[in-house]
Design a protein around this ligand. Structure first.
Ligand code: SAH
Length: 343
């Protein structure tokens, strides 16, 4: 496989060039082109011909091959299936909001976490994505649609904390002014609750938006639907969240998929209030999306309403996530790693 130029930071690329007898500033030039989404080295007109030839032979610009693009007829959401070139596929979802475009990217091919309600984990885990492959999703979509994505959420396939080093490198390059130039505040990372990852992230001094997939305020039930809870139970998770906020991080988003008669009762709502007491937070309720073969279904609207009211009355800020891309299976928990017929 060719070397992915997006896997280099600015410093690394300049150094690499120097080590190969190419002036370091060529690295800066190359980087400018690849971040613009230029895929053909011959279009990099300020590079000498022999350098372009060398690059063409041994390197890739990191742009990803679009295997399939599905567009929702309901809301314009687009789902991209990317071919990684090694027989693996990943999905990204582009959403349009009043504040601009947001891309939901994948961080791994498959997932090890085994959450019972999520389709991403069903087919197992294959490998981590490199930082360049995460950047490539954004750069390719920008170029394909002729847009500039302003917000990125690492909420596609994969558990970002299980691919920590690459994800952190990705975040730095996504934020770098000579990279994608997206501010940390507009970069979100969602985790199922890998506590050591949260603690490490707190030390990186990158004020990204942290989201925690909570889904139940009761240890016993959470362990049943999210195996990670057996390793890091709620007490430890909440402790890590508190220190994340104290470390100068921002308030945390708690994601809560509303599953009918499973986690949507009054008792759950009250217990959730207790759990979040004194934690600077925001709860994002996600109407559960249907997964083929799953025993779970979506909460009734009146139960979502009751749940919301209990939280709001206790002073907790709640939003119900707008469902985008349902007709193309692009909603939360529906993304997969495989090339499937039904989308
Ligand atoms: N592994 C990370 C990143 C995935 S984010 C994490 O767990 O946070 C995807 C979000 O969608 C998570 O909050 C996940 O719990 C949620 N989700 C998974 N399956 C879902 C489903 N069927 N309906 C609604 N949300 C779901």
């Amino acid at each position: 496989m060719k070397k992915n130029l997006l896997d280099f930071s600015a410093r690394e690329l300049n150094l690499f060039m120097k080590e190969h007898g190419v002036p370091a500033f060529r690295g800066t030039q190359i980087r400018k082109w690849i971040y613009q989404g230029v895929e053909d080295f011959d279009q990099m007109t300020d590079l000498p011909k022999d350098l372009r030839e060398w690059l063409t032979q041994y390197f890739s610009t990191g742009a990803l091959k679009i295997k399939r693009l599905l567009k929702s007829s309901m809301d314009g959401t687009c789902k991209f299936l990317f071919d990684l070139g090694d027989g693996n596929y990943i999905e990204s979802v582009l959403m349009k909001y009043s504040y601009g475009y947001s891309l939901c990217i994948s961080s791994q091919v498959g997932c090890k976490m085994g959450c019972k309600f999520c389709a991403s984990t069903g087919a197992g885990f294959v490998r981590n994505l490199t930082a360049g492959e995460m950047l490539g999703q954004i750069i390719t979509v920008n170029r394909e649609r002729g847009i500039r994505i302003g917000h990125v959420v690492i909420m596609g396939v994969g558990e970002p904390m299980d691919n920590y080093d690459n994800v952190v490198k990705f975040l730095r390059e996504a934020q770098a002014p000579d990279g994608l130039g997206i501010s940390f505040r507009h970069l979100s990372l969602s985790t199922c609750g890998v506590v050591p990852g949260i603690n490490k992230l707190a030390e990186e001094k990158m004020p990204v938006t942290l989201a925690i997939s909570l889904h139940s305020p009761f240890n016993e039930q959470r362990s049943e639907i999210m195996p990670i809870n057996r390793r890091y139970p709620l007490e430890e998770l909440m402790e890590a969240c508190r220190s994340y906020i104290l470390s100068g991080g921002r308030r945390i988003t708690f994601e809560y998929a509303m599953i009918r008669d499973v986690n949507d009762t009054k008792e759950h709502a009250y217990e959730l209030c207790k759990l979040l007491k004194g934690v600077q937070s925001h709860v994002n309720l996600i109407p559960m999306n249907n997964i083929p073969g799953s025993e779970f279904s979506r909460s009734k609207p009146e139960d979502v309403e009751r749940f919301t009211k209990i939280l709001t009355d206790k002073g907790i800020e709640v939003t119900v996530r707008r469902e985008l891309g349902r007709d193309i299976s692009a909603a939360c928990g529906q993304l997969r790693r495989s090339e499937t017929k039904e989308g």
